[in-house]
Design a protein around this ligand. Structure first.
Ligand code: ARG
Length: 460
């Protein structure tokens, strides 16, 4: 055990209490950001004359050499240390002696860990943005290729009206675009530097917090030292946005699982993203999509866990907050993995266009258009609805589509039917005539795709 706080103690800590209290097993991933933060802190201390320039150089070089040795496998991060901060400080002192003992001047582990978490989370937000942008590009490519790939649109998982694959993918484009926007908003709010808040009440050293913030690429310092060490709102916001990403991925997964089923056969998942069965040789299972759907629950759980941890904590820092890490890492790791895998799977997904169109043709997806046809010939909509309802029943009995009937048969339902009904209710017409903003016609979709392209280009 190598702790930072021996002086006040006469007895030694219970062994189980030590490991219960320690965070080194999971905060070791702060190695890089902790070094970055300490170097900025030391640089600022030297500028302010709190430590000498030589001491600052020794500290920075010492930290760099520790980092190098850990990366090279020459130095192990072991659970002899309570946390990553203790590990680094102890090793620094071992390497450079007295100058190492000055790195923690005007700093507490409370603002140190608050900084580490922010630096780490900030990188994860940028990664999430990058992956979401990849998703948007992939979706827009599918949209571009499929403006006339007809498929049924569903409500209640019942065939409703014909749409196109372009339109269906476009719905997900909108969802992930909002997710992308959320990441941007969160970044704007969270990008302020808590370093210099000390344990909770700032410090009497003449710290230049603006300067440290600048060195670490923050917009500026945070404004209240108590809030700085106890704010985890940005993690909660980010995890909430990640949960929404997972919710979208899970809905999409569910659709791909259905589309991949023997009954639908709308898609074929590439071998790289499917698995087989140990007993049934014919099986090719959509495990990746199922696991993405499955992992959604744990990401929601991570969010709930942190929200609940934070709800009863009095100001300022309390050790409960150490619980933010595992929940956050789990949510970020899983969501970013799911995003990466899902986008790759989508990119290699084969769409069975013939089956999609066939499915759109069956199931009376043109019934609304048949009713609209009668309305255009002068029949009130409610009457037309009823006529087509009876017509559908008639077709169900004969196991055929409306399009399969003869004009003479149609005329038994309404004298208003003429030869032009067949064109009016064809799949092409049903889709192509839906020209309103947001509707599936290729004319409208092409405009949307152009707007999407502009949006993507602006993000570069
Ligand atoms: N491991 C701690 C955490 O994650 C670091 C801060 C410790 N501060 C303290 N006062 N014990 O929150």
């Amino acid at each position: 055990m190598a702790q930072l706080w021996g002086g006040r103690f006469t007895g030694s800590i219970n062994e189980l209490a030590w490991s219960f209290n320690a965070s080194i097993t999971f905060d070791r991933r702060f190695l890089e950001v902790d070094v970055r933060g300490s170097k900025a802190h030391a640089t600022m201390l030297a500028k302010q004359g709190v430590i000498s320039k030589e001491e600052k150089d020794q500290i920075c070089n010492g930290l760099d050499s520790i980092l190098q040795d850990v990366h090279a496998g020459k130095l192990q991060i072991t659970d002899k240390y309570e946390d990553i901060h203790s590990f680094l400080e102890a090793n620094l002192i071992e390497r450079i002696g007295d100058a190492g003992k000055k790195v923690h001047t005007g700093r507490s582990r409370n603002d140190q860990v608050a900084l580490d978490m922010r630096l780490y989370a900030r990188d994860e937000i940028l990664r999430a943005k990058g992956l979401l942008l990849e998703m948007l590009k992939t979706l827009n490519a599918i949209m571009k290729d499929n403006t006339d790939t007809y498929m049924p649109g569903f409500t209640h998982l019942q065939k409703a009206q014909p749409v196109t694959l372009s339109h269906h993918a476009g719905a997900y484009f909108e969802m992930f675009k909002r997710d992308y926007g959320r990441m941007k908003d969160i970044y704007e709010r969270m990008n302020y530097c808590p370093l210099g808040a000390g344990a909770l009440a700032g410090t009497t050293y003449p710290l230049d917090r603006e300067y440290t913030a600048q060195l670490l690429d923050f917009y500026g310092p945070t404004m209240n030292s108590m809030d700085s060490v106890s704010d985890r709102d940005y993690l909660i916001e980010f995890m909430s946005a990640l949960s929404t990403v997972m919710m979208h991925l899970s809905r999409f997964s569910e659709e791909i699982i259905i589309w991949n089923s023997n009954e639908y056969r709308f898609v074929e998942i590439d071998d790289a993203y499917s698995t087989g069965s140990s007993i049934m040789p014919q099986k090719k299972n959509p495990d990746i999509a199922e696991l993405v759907r499955g992992k959604t629950g744990r990401v929601y759980g991570d969010l709930m866990s942190l929200l609940t941890t934070m709800k009863g904590i009095p100001l300022a820092y309390n050790k409960d907050m150490q619980e933010d890490k595992e929940a956050f890492f789990d949510a970020a790791d899983n969501t970013l993995n799911c995003l990466t895998l899902f986008t790759d799977m989508l990119r290699t997904l084969k769409f069975n266009k013939e089956n999609m169109a066939k499915s759109a043709m069956m199931g009376f997806t043109n019934a609304t258009d048949a009713a609209d046809y009668l309305v255009n010939k002068g029949m009130p909509f409610r009457d037309a609805h009823s006529v087509i309802g009876r017509l559908v029943l008639y077709c169900i009995d004969r196991k055929c589509a409306i399009d399969d009937l003869e004009l003479s048969q149609l005329k038994e339902f309404s004298e208003l039917f003429e030869e032009d009904i067949f064109d009016a209710i064809s799949l092409e017409t049903c889709v192509n005539k839906r020209l309103t903003i947001g509707a599936p016609s290729p004319t409208m979709m092409k405009k949307v795709i152009e707007l999407n392209e502009e949006f993507i280009a602006q993000q570069a």
